[in-house]
Each structure stands twice: as C-alpha cells, then as structure tokens.
Ligand binder design. Structure first.
Ligand code: GTP
Length: 595
C-alpha cells in the first residue's frame, strides 16, 4: 500500500491532458512507443474527434524509482461541465492531482472549478505548466496565475511538454514524492468506491472502483449498497492497456469487477461495494443519484423507424446510464421519445451517436429543463415538456432550476458578457480579478436560458476569449408562461416553449420571423402565429407560390427533370407535414437560432 499512488489529471479542455497521459504511459513502458496511438485513453471515435474525454477510465503503470517498485494508478476524468459529478467521484478516488495548465492559455474556468474540487477532497496538487515548447508560451505569466490560485511556491510548479516529453521524468518524481500513499485499513470490512463503469458486449457491465478499506477477491459475494443488489465476483483485476485478472485487489488499489451485471443502471457512480457476509457499517459518503436536467423530444424522420430508435436508445443506455428516455407522441412529429440528458453537450453527443453508430435520422426538438410545477394544494409535479404543463388555472406557481456560472475572460469583454448574462435573467454575484487583465465573473442564471443558445453567444461576444463552467444551485419560483406557435391556426406542439413572461413577447416575435425564413413558400398562404393561451402576440405570413422545380428545364432533358424531382423528394423526407403545411426539420430548432 505504501508504494501505491492514485492520481488524476485535471485540466481545462484542450490543455493537453490526454497527450501528457500518453507520455506518462510511454515513459513507464506501460505501452510501447511503437504501438503508441495518440491519446490512447480516448477510445471512442467520437471522443477522439471532439478531443473530449467523455468517459473516465483508469490505467495502472509500474515504475521503478530509487530502487523501489511503485504502482501508479492514473484515473482519467471527463473534461466537461455536464459530467461534473463523475469528475467529483474520480477525484474522490485519488490522493493527488496533476493540475495541467496550457502555457499559452493560462488558467481557465474549468481549471478553477476542478482545483476547488481537488482541494475539497484534500488532494495533493502538483501544478504543471504544459506546452512550453510552443512559441506563444508565456510560462512566467501562467506561473503567476498558479501562485495566485494555489498559494504555492514558484519552485513547486513544474514545466513540461506533452509533445516533446520534456519534464515527464520530473512529473513522475513529484507523483511519487508529493502524493501520499492511500490510507485505509486492509483488515476492515470491504469498502470500494465505484467511479466508473463500461459496457462490454461479451462480459456485460464492468465496474471500476478504488478499494478504500479491506480487499476484494475473485468469487467473493458482494453487495452494491445504493442499489441493494448482490453479485458474485466472476472476475476481479487491474487495468493495464487491457484488463488483467487477479485473485485479489488490495486496500488502496484500483481495479475492476465483472459479475454478470446486465444493465448500466445497476452500477451507479459513487456507490459502495461491500461484502455480503461482512458488510461495512456505512457506505462511502458523497453518493448522489445523477438526474438529467435537460430534456428534448427525439423523433424518427421516418415514422416506421420508431422501434429501431427505441432499440438504438436502449443500446446507447448500456454505455451511458445518465441517458433516460420514455415514449411520447407529438401531433406534429408523431411517435418518439422524450430523452433526458445531463446537459447540452451530452445531448449533442447522443444525437451524433444515434446518427453515426446507428444510422438513425432523427429530429430533436428544442431542449427544455425540468420544471417544478405546484398546484393550489401545494403538490409538486416535475414537468419535462412544455406540452405536459397542466391547465394554467390549476397552477399555483412554477419553479425552474438555477445554476451558478463562472466565466473567466479578458477585461475587454466584461461589458458584452454582462449584457448577455443580464439579458438571460442572470444576477451578478461577484466580479474578481484573477490576475493582470483577467477577470472572473460569477452569475446565477436560469438553466433554461443556458440550454438555448448561451454557449454560442458567449463565444461570439467574447471573440472566443471566455471560458465557462457551472454547477446546479437550486429551484426558484419564476413567472413562466407557455408560448405556443400556430401554423394556419394549428398549434405545433413541438415548437412550444416555456419562457419568462417578460421575454415572451419578444421571443414570440422573433420565432415568427425566423419561421418565416425557414418555411418554404407553398401553394397557399401560411399564417405563423405566436400565442400565450388564446392571446396571439405575434404574426407573420409566408406568401403562396406555385413551385415547379422543373420549370427551368425547357423541353427535352427527361433525365435532368427526373433528377430534380428526385432531389425534391429527398428534400421532402426532411420535412414534416403539419396540417397542410410542410415544415423543414430545421424549423423545429428555430428557437435555437434566433438573433
Ligand atoms: P480534452 O480531452 O478535450 O480535455 O483535451 P486534453 O486536455 O486531453 O488535450 P489534448 O491532449 O487532446 O491536447 C489538445 C491539443 O493540444 C492537441 O492538438 C495536442 O496535440 C496539443 N498538445 C498537447 N500537449 C502539447 C504540448 O505540450 N505542446 C504542443 N505544442 N501541443 C500540445
């Protein structure tokens, strides 16, 4: 146990976490440099392309230092705000963290939130300035920022390059010398903290854990405390590049368990594994059920594909327990599913995987958050869909989720960012200088305003010089109304949104304008209206036209004509019929594209 070091790498997106991890694996000969694939820890294709580590993994390295053999467990942490609970459990499994900061970028919002999390868990923090090989590196300035943030000494800050491998030996030395060995009592009843799980098509769900007390052996009869389920450990082992079975995983170490678990829901990140015969008194603290906060309807373009879509979502869920779905139907879109996601990025990932891995063409409706709707008797109902809102006469009040956001930017952009956040009903909590001309703005904001188009707007008003991170705060009462859109008098349920009363008028007007741009002219006039209840608050008209695509091909060329008609048919596939109006798919996301 004295020779074990458990650590993670915390960094803002793209600051070089994966690249540095590759170098550590190479240097410790965990993998051969000739088999070295860039960023081996990011195994999914999609992750590789997006450069985001979506699912945390762990890998064990062996390293000889001053005549002693050490076991180094690197626990990978997901790099995006949507997955912050998973990050917190990975951090809880470690005794130390490498804090990697890009020498050209300096400290960003996510660096700070991860550092706070690491400090909260009493981790030894080893600051590393990365990418010092780059011409635009400003290591001295970044060093100032790190000293301000951590209150550490300058000579404690390492400098490295994941590209050239410079500084990697010093990092390994610091890991061994500065990070404490895990504590824990090897003879106490088993307590193992689950920090991740993966689905394997041959072996079922594999859970990853850190043994906090006691030990876990092959064939042990174990229980997962939060779910109450019992299993026999068919196999336990450690994670090298692949799985390496062992007879027993001892106190302080990191390992996996295979026990015939069929569904990802049985393995909850943060849960405790213990023995059935000799259970621990209480589970490891900090367990929390992760609840989806963002919801959207996902509909097949071809209605025949409904069952295929269900099968695809079920398969995705094997890997991703935080994805939820249940069937729903929409007058406009037919039969589909209301899916729950952790956040916007999570939603995009699911949508992309459906298209890419399952060949499913889907329409996703405008996302909304989870609302708490109270009736006059004080009963609360969670509503995940504007169309599920009860009769307004029965509603006492509605509460919506709020987040606390941290935005780090250059002082030059404070003005536009303030305007943006205040326009999104944000409340400024704090404004603080990080160092030099960099400032941190803390806002409380309704999550419902963030899910619509906040990221893109923030990027554009700050010319890309703002980083953003958030965590959930609470539910607060809000004056929310349901805004409906009608096409030729027919309400289009998939276009309904819940919005703040003060914004409804302007949102309605802008939605109508946008839809006018997006809905092609048809053989009759189309009235587009926005309404709250029975009160119409905005209106636009798409004028009639007789669209004859073949009109341009004078006479002869039949094959060209046919091609054009085919093309038009293809275009139609992406359309949905609402009453007598054909609506293109992108219109259902109109609200996301408002100016
Ligand atoms: P996420 O997984 O998205 O959080 O990113 P990451 O922090 O793992 O960053 P990653 O390792 O993917 O590196 C981001 C980019 O920076 C890649 O294009 C790397 O090739 C590049 N990069 C990483 N480290 C260095 C370095 O030391 N020097 C230079 N020049 N480039 C680097």
């Amino acid at each position: 146990m004295n020779n074990i070091r458990n650590f993670c790498i915390i960094a803002h997106i793209d600051h070089g976490k994966s690249t540095l991890a590759d170098r550590l694996l190479e240097y410790t000969h965990t993998i051969d440099s000739k088999d070295m694939q860039d960023q081996v820890l990011d195994s999914m294709d999609l992750e590789r392309e997006r450069g985001i580590t979506i699912k945390s993994h762990a890998i064990q390295m062996n390293y000889e230092y001053q005549g002693e053999n050490y076991t180094l467990n690197l626990i990978d942490t997901p790099g995006h705000v949507d997955f912050s609970y998973e990050v917190s459990r990975s951090i809880a499994a470690c005794e130390g963290a490498l804090l990697v900061v890009d020498a050209t970028q300096g400290i960003q919002a996510q660096t700070i939130s991860n550092v706070y999390m690491a400090i909260e868990h009493d981790l030894a923090i080893i600051p590393v300035i990365n990418k010092i090989d780059m011409e635009s590196a400003m290591p001295d300035e970044v060093e100032d920022q790190i000293v301000d943030l951590l209150g550490c000494r300058r000579d404690e800050i390492l400098r490295a390059s994941g590209k050239t491998g410079e500084g990697v030996a010093e990092i390994l030395k610091a890991i061994i010398e500065k990070i404490p060995a895990p504590g824990g009592d090897p003879d106490a009843p088993l307590q193992a903290l689950i920090f991740d799980s993966v689905f394997n098509p041959f072996r079922g769900i594999i859970a990853y854990y850190k043994v906090v007390n006691g030990s876990i052996g092959k064939n042990d009869h174990v229980k997962f405390v939060a779910t109450g389920r019992e299993y026999d450990a068919d196999e336990v082992g450690v994670l090298k590049l692949g799985m390496m079975p062992k007879d027993r995983i001892y106190c302080g170490d990191v390992g996996y368990i295979i026990s015939g678990i069929k569904t990802s829901k049985e393995v909850k990140v943060g849960d405790t594994i213990t023995h059935v015969e000799r259970p621990c008194d209480k589970p490891i603290s900090g367990f929390r059920e992760v609840k989806p906060m963002v919801f959207a309807g996902v509909y097949p373009i071809e209605s025949d594909d409904f069952e295929n879509l269900r099968a695809s979502l079920e398969k995705l869920q094997l890997n991703d327990a935080s994805l939820t779905f249940q069937p729903e139907s929409s007058v406009a879109l037919g039969f589909g599913f209301r899916c729950g996601f952790l956040g916007l990025l999570h939603m995009e990932i699911v949508q992309e995987r459906l298209e890419r891995e399952f060949n499913m063409e889907v329409i996703t409706t405008v996302p909304n958050v989870s609302y708490h709707v109270f009736d006059k008797k004080g009963n609360m109902k969670e509503v995940h869909n504007p169309s599920g809102l009860p009769d307004p006469a029965l509603i006492e009040h509605i509460e919506e989720p709020f987040i606390r956001a941290s935005i780090i930017t250059n002082t030059a952009y404070i003005g536009p960012i303030m305007t943006l956040c205040l326009g999104k009903r944000g409340v400024l909590i704090k404004q603080e200088y990080v160092s030099g001309d960099r400032v941190e703005l803390i806002f409380d904001l309704p999550l419902g305003e963030i899910v619509i188009d906040f990221y893109d707007k923030l990027k554009s008003v700050s010319k890309g010089y703002a980083s953003f991170d958030y965590h959930m705060l609470d539910f607060r009462p809000s004056k929310l109304v349901k805004l409906d859109i009608l096409l030729n008098g027919e309400p289009v349920d998939a276009l309904s949104t819940l919005t703040h009363f003060d914004n409804a008028q302007s949102l309605g007007r802008r939605m109508c304008e946008k839809l006018k741009e997006l809905i092609p002219r048809q053989q009759f006039d189309i009235a587009i209206q926005a309404a709250i209840g029975s009160k119409v608050i905005a209106r636009e008209t798409v004028k009639a036209v007789r669209k004859d695509v073949t009109a341009k091909c004078y006479g002869g060329d039949i094959s060209r004509k046919r091609k054009l008609l085919e093309k038009q048919k293809e275009g139609k596939k992406r359309m949905k019929q609402i009453g007598n109006v054909e609506v293109p798919q992108k219109a259902f996301l109109a609200v996301l594209k408002l100016d």
